[in-house]
Ligand binder design. Sequence first.
Ligand code: PLP
Length: 764
Amino acid sequence: MKQSQSLIYLDANATTPVLPAAAKAAMDAMEHLYGNPSSSHITGLQAKALMEQTRQAARKHLGSGAGKLVFTSGATEGIQTAILSALIAARDNSSANKTADERACLLYGATEHKAVPESLRHWNKVLGINARVLAIPVDREGRLDLDFIAAHGAYALLICTMAVNNETGVYQDLPALERAIRSANPQAFWMVDCVQALGKLPLELAATSIDYAPFSGHKLYAPKGIGMLYIRDGAPFTPFIAGGGQEGGLRSGTENLPAMAALKVVLDMLNGDANDRFADHATLINYRLKLIAALQSAFGEIVLNHSLNNSVPTTLNFAVPGFSSKEIMDLFDAADIRVSSGSACSSKVTGSFVLDAMGLPRWQSESAIRLSFGPAICDSEIDAACERIIRAAGSLRHSCLLARDSKLDDGSRTPLSGLLQFKDDGACCWLYVEPQSRSAVIIDPLPALEQRLLGIIRCQELTLRAVVDTHGHGDHSSNREGLVAKLGLNGETDHLGWPADCETIELQGCHVEALSLGNQQLVRIESPGHTDDSITLAMLDSAGKVLFAFVGDTVLPGSIGRSNFPQSSTGALYQSLKIMHKLLGNDTLLLSSHDYHNDFFTNFAVEAAQNPLLAAVLGGAMDQAQFVSEKAAMDATLNDKAGETIMCGAYSQCGSTKGVKEYSTDSLEQLLRDNSDALVLDIREPHEYELSHRESRCINVPLTRLAGFVASEPQARSKPLVLICRSGSRSLVAARALERFGFSAIAHVAGGYALLGNRTRNAA
Ligand code: PLP
């Protein structure tokens, strides 16, 4: 296994490591000051003294004046407590009878942490207040719309805003906000979520009319499980946790003294009462600029998702054109750089609601990456981060996903050959590179992939023979013409891109047109039905054997192409299925233009086993008229809803497979010791594989090349294969697909390399 490298942690807005001095203070408290602050003996009194010193340090830093400062478990608890207190007071203030007014509302900033709107809705419902819960819009720079506050503020029971946004670092102009709120409504309660402001912006809370301000220790080098809530002197308060009466009855439960001891260390540093110092504002600004310069040098182009003029210098949110958040996250994780994405990393691309609220283009939201650091970071860590970022992006150049730049190029390029499958929202595009001649074809090009395909063709110096659509697509547009123009491919073709100057050859008694790629041939089989222009393209080796076939939407994994479009013919589809089966047989790998359920590829044997209608057609047990009637019933289950993706296949079933066997990293070692045939497939992309450690006896089969692996390694079907990836999610998806396809001994490593990392650390 490769040596693991040091971790670069740039996700401080999610949480921070505990500073060594703070951890030591927590440990001292656990070992020596373990008393219960409520106990009246000396050990208890000592514990209480430490607790009060922490509170004093916090009061000093936050300028809490005559206000209260209550310790909580974290900011989410502080937010609950504040909202509960304000809403109960609003409800009980029956003389004003404000909650009964149908215009009554609860306002929150549109970019607020989810804890705020969710808690507002929750307590609004539980307390039976039923006020309107309204989001205050923000402008392109993330600033709250003060006109909205002016318009709705008069009816607001509670207004919730944040000092600094956790995704973008954007801070609000609190004095201007206060003027807007108070001129609209002097009485409304006002909560300011100050979680991301602690240690980053000066706060003098008692000098403002802020009623509640929650904080969280783990965002600034204290442990998880400690937070604080500031309550303005005179602001109403209802305990969220009742019990033993700790915290003067405001918040019961035995106090988390070790965490308070750690928090005190951090607060002392902020107050200048400790020897250690945090970096000053100017230094932090400089650090962010250095990171931006490194990212620009690494990726060529980045787009900032917020302005540097109204955001704290410890946060940087950006997008790399052409890459999703997930791709950059995977890349950085492989390089041992921890960052965060704006969007949830699910297989379905989602965006960041914060960036959406700011009105940024959708692609920026879907590609958002956040780097964040704390003020304890130093020069050498920033330099190491910059160097690592540049190295990580270099691996994208090796696999031609970034334009190659002579300045950064170290000369190595991994030559590409075989089949590649790209996906965008359920649609598939294929690239095939014939290994000897390095000539290539692109099948069903998708607009979203234009830059990626252009980059690969150019950087790999491939000879592109054709760009072909398997049919005129109805659900999405083809990018065939754009690609052909940009790559300067001239030569006469038909409307699908099939070249005019093809020779005609014989394939099992049928005359078919053939396009040569080195000593292989791509042959065209007419297969109308899904649309009247549908074709199938089969790749033949030099001996004329079919290697695999691009079948468009005639056959999809788990379904047969729908045939109820105006340009469809179910009768023709029946005939096409029969011809394709005759020419391709049961076992040829079928590569479709859609893959809605992550099955990747299929063949007639797999489909017929799951789809009685198809089995009847292929087995000769159903005539055309019966197929037409049964297929119509199947297609009728596809309800196209406005605004939703048009499904191109009628499902017989959704690939339910038995559970994939799971290995832990320990049982994997055992397998590799005991079974010399067993192979580990690292399912991550080549640039991730290049960057990070890997298991022994491992080959790299990224998801984009799973079909290529199946096509080129038929003997692997019966071998014990264990799939591994970063977190266990891609490996599970791929293992399911291979199992569905008939691989008999397939398994994956649950938790992936993430847990392998744990094991190595535990063993160290
Ligand atoms: N508010 C903001 C702005 C945050 O960033 C977070 C944490 O992500 C929270 C609230 C919730 O804090 P805690 O984890 O202490 O409950």
